[in-house]
Design a protein around this ligand. Structure first.
Ligand code: PEP
Ligand code: MG
Length: 754
């Protein structure tokens, strides 16, 4: 059963559209359970009906036509209960509804299981039997295990089907794909799909102007792979027995086969570019092997995919020229990276859509810093079908429209104009100080570093840099940058902001920020080797960085050093010793360095409870609410499945920040917040109520936060905090703050806020 289950899921995942996906399901399940009928109903939420989408056993024509009203019949019952209904004699049940359009005689045996995704019942998978049949436990569990796994594939196929046909009743062109809000704002533009090299699945469909040229490219790439394989085979001549080497012959035969070559060439002449045509052919070919019962033959599917990747590698070497980014580029990818964003020429990037990741992923943070709307975690997005399409991205609610109707375009154009007007209003306050109505000055700093090469919003309005993430200069190279490269880099930032202060955070790689040349393979990277842990295990990396920071500050003296991911007091002791050592060595080498202020990030729960012990050792603390929320709530900040329960307004997070402030204040240490929470206008009010001294945020949020803080007094902020602390849920906290901002006449910011 398990084998059959895997096979069906795999086939469904590879189906090009909803119709074929459902067809595979009904055909395979009918066979596997040996029933007379298998059907899938999907719910049309707008029309409040369950629609028969596919069937094996009933009239084929009935598919798409039979519509059962909500809450009627046994299908309605399965949906209401959201659990399996197993009846040996269905017609005797009070909810039984006889439908003749399906060509039904009376079927007695009935087993229906709900198809559920994200707690929502999308439809029902049902099997029927002429005679009385009580389905066995094993069959029930088989069906609902299958339904659970199919839900994602169905939504995905539904989405990709829609993009192809544009006519599916279930999703007209004013429908959107739902993801997570990544960065606020609305953008209209052209989708440019980006993908990692040699990843066949990620290759988009792209129309070509010159099929003959594409064919030529493809044939050259295949010839190159043939050469490669023959060379490898030769190398193995001595060491591998002839029967094992026969594998190479099989591969070479595949490379000459009509099914691979002929079909790809045919697809090229139907209009797809070589890489897209190759992806389609390889997938079709691999699926044939995937479907085989014989384990050995099934394994051949991976050979086919491997060959596909090899051909793709050669194709990409040829076409690795610069991507053509249109005027309003919306970058779309399975997992868009900071690098890919950096590659878009300045001024052309208007939006980012990533199938993976969540609001607190670094790509989303980067998008907010650049003031570019982003939608994250759009796992239903058929990435390889959207290249070149006109899209609308709605970053407030996390929506994406692909080839939308003109009424939708008009509405969003209006919203985009409204946003611009609000931005102008905010800009008018650009030069005013950030001061509460009762005269308390709250310095606002900016977070930067991820985009040091890009020039970011807000640099002139901020009081300096509260968090300079040093990872990017490390990420864009093939090896660790040397001391002098780093000196030049830090000097650029320090002098750009001088005399304002710049807080440079030492390297925080690991987690979701890997270095290409320093691979760390871990099953749980966020709990693994990251941040200060790597720096202390590799003092040579840490010392080089600290030396560079100290040298860069010579003559400027506006630097502060911040240590990330501190979870043990010993880490601070060790880091301080190393910093002192770097300082002393530089003095010995006759550099006129001075000892800067040193702070720690409080972003791990253990540090919250020991904040006093940490505060005694250092000069300031900076609260990293992004990681603190992740670790306090045990929710991966990048995982779209759990993004709903990642919330920095969770009462526990609020209490943790209060505890940090009181621990640090006991030693008169300054407290800043540099996580994304600081850039949320509503949350900023609470932080001020807690007594946080300064806030550091992405440049795009500076003016919004300033606007709110200039409209509130500290006593009002404290009152709101007290009210928030009486809430037991993040949703209540948010409602409370939303209402308060509305009363203050700042409601516009709630949409424009995060
Ligand atoms: C944080 O964790 O809140 C933080 C500011 O650091 P980063 O987002 O770079 O992990
Ligand atoms: Mg962090």
């Amino acid at each position: 059963m398990l084998d059959t289950l895997h096979r069906i899921v795999k086939e469904v995942n590879a189906a090009p559209d909803l119709e074929q996906a459902l067809d595979i399901i009904v055909t395979q399940v009918k066979g596997a359970i040996n029933t007379d009928v298998c059907s899938v109903y999907l719910t049309d939420f707008e029309r409040r009906e369950h629609v028969l989408m596919a069937t094996k056993g009933l009239h084929r024509d009935a598919a798409g036509k039979v519509r059962l009203p909500y809450h009627r019949g046994l299908i309605g019952l399965v949906c209401e209960r959201a659990e399996p209904v197993n009846l040996a004699d269905a017609p005797s049940h009070s909810r039984y509804l006889f439908t003749h359009e399906t060509g039904e005689t009376q079927y007695k045996g009935f087993l229906g299981v709900p198809i559920i995704q994200n707690r929502k019942v999308l439809g029902v998978l049902v099997v029927r039997q002429h005679i009385q049949r009580s389905f066995e436990d094993q069959e029930v569990t088989f069906l609902f295990t299958l339904a659970a796994q199919l839900a994602g594939a169905i939504t995905y196929a539904q989405a990709s089907g829609n993009l192809v046909t544009q006519s599916d009743d279930l999703a007209p062109p004013n429908r959107f794909l739902q993801g997570r809000p990544g960065s606020p704002g609305v953008a209209l533009g052209t989708a440019v799909v980006v993908y990692p090299p040699a990843d066949l699945d990620a290759v988009p469909d792209r129309s070509s102007k010159d099929p003959d040229y594409e064919e030529e490219e493809f044939r050259t790439a295949v010839a190159a792979v043939v050469q490669d394989l023959m060379a490898i085979e030769d190398r193995f001549e001595e060491t591998l027995p002839a029967e094992d080497r026969a594998l190479f012959d099989a591969w070479l035969m595949m490379l000459g086969s009509d099914s691979l070559i002929g079909n790809t060439v045919k697809r090229i002449h139907e209009g797809n570019w070589a890489s897209g045509a190759l992806r389609e052919t390889i997938e079709e070919h691999a699926k044939v092997f995937d479907a085989m019962e014989d384990v050995y033959l099934r394994e051949r599917a991976s050979d086919v995919r491997d060959l596909g990747r090899r051909i793709l590698m050669h194709l990409q070497q040829k076409v690795a020229g610069p991507i053509d980014y249109p005027e309003n580029t919306v970058l779309v990818g399975d997992e868009v990276s900071a690098m890919q964003m950096a590659e878009v020429p300045q001024g052309r990037l208007v939006g980012v859509v990533s199938a993976q990741g969540a609001s607190f992923s670094h790509v989303a943070i980067l998008a907010r810093a650049m003031n570019v709307p982003a939608v994250m975690g759009l796992s239903d997005l058929p990435v390889n079908r959207v290249d070149g399409r006109f899209v609308i991205i709605e970053g407030y609610l996390g929506r994406l429209y692909v080839s939308p109707a003109s009424s939708v375009i008009q509405e969003y154009q209006r919203l985009a104009n409204e946003d611009q007007a609000l931005f102008k209003e905010l800009e008018a306050e650009k030069d005013l100080p950030c001061e509460t109505t009762d005269g308390a000055k709250i310095p606002l700093y900016m977070n930067t570093g991820l985009i040091s090469e890009l020039g970011s919003q807000g640099s002139s309005e901020s009081e300096g840099v509260g968090l300079y993430r040093t990872e990017l200069p490390f990420m864009v190279r093939d090896s660790f940058p040397g001391e002098s490269v780093q000196v030049a880099n830090y000097q650029r930032v320090l002098s750009a902001f001088h005399p304002r202060s710049v807080t440079i955070r030492t390297l925080d790689i690991g987690g979701d920020k890997p270095l290409p040349y320093f691979p760390v393979e871990e099953s749980n990277p966020f709990l693994g080797w990251r941040g200060i842990r790597i720096s202390l295990d590799h003092p040579e990396i840490f010392l080089t960085q600290v030396r560079a920071i100290l040298r860069a500050a010579i003559g400027l003296n506006n630097v502060r050093i911040l240590l990330p991911m501190i979870s043990h007091v010993q880490e601070v002791d060790d880091a301080l010793l190393l910093i002192q050592r770097a300082h002393d060595e530089l003095i010995e080498e006759e550099y006129a360095v001075t000892m800067p202020k040193i702070g720690v990030m409080i972003e791990v729960p253990s540090a919250v409870y020991q904040v006093d012990a940490l505060a005694r050792r250092i000069d300031f603390v900076s609260v990293g609410t992004n990681d603190l929320t992740q670790y306090l709530l045990a929710v991966d900040r990048n995982n779209a499945h759990v993004a709903d329960i990642y919330d920095d307004m969770h009462p526990s997070v609020l209490r943790a920040v209060i505890q940090i402030v009181s621990g640090a204040k006991a030693y008169q240490r300054e407290v800043s917040v540099c996580g994304e929470m600081a850039g949320n206008p509503a949350a900023a009010v609470l932080l001020i109520g807690m007594g946080v001294d300064s806030l550091s945020m992405n440049g795009g949020s500076l003016l919004r936060v300033k606007w709110v803080l200039r409209s509130v007094s500290r006593s009002r902020a404290r009152e709101l905090l007290q009210a928030a602390l009486r809430c037991e849920k993040a949703s209540e906290v948010k409602r409370l703050l939303g209402n308060a901002l509305e009363e203050m006449g700042l409601g516009g910011l709630m949409r424009a806020g995060r």
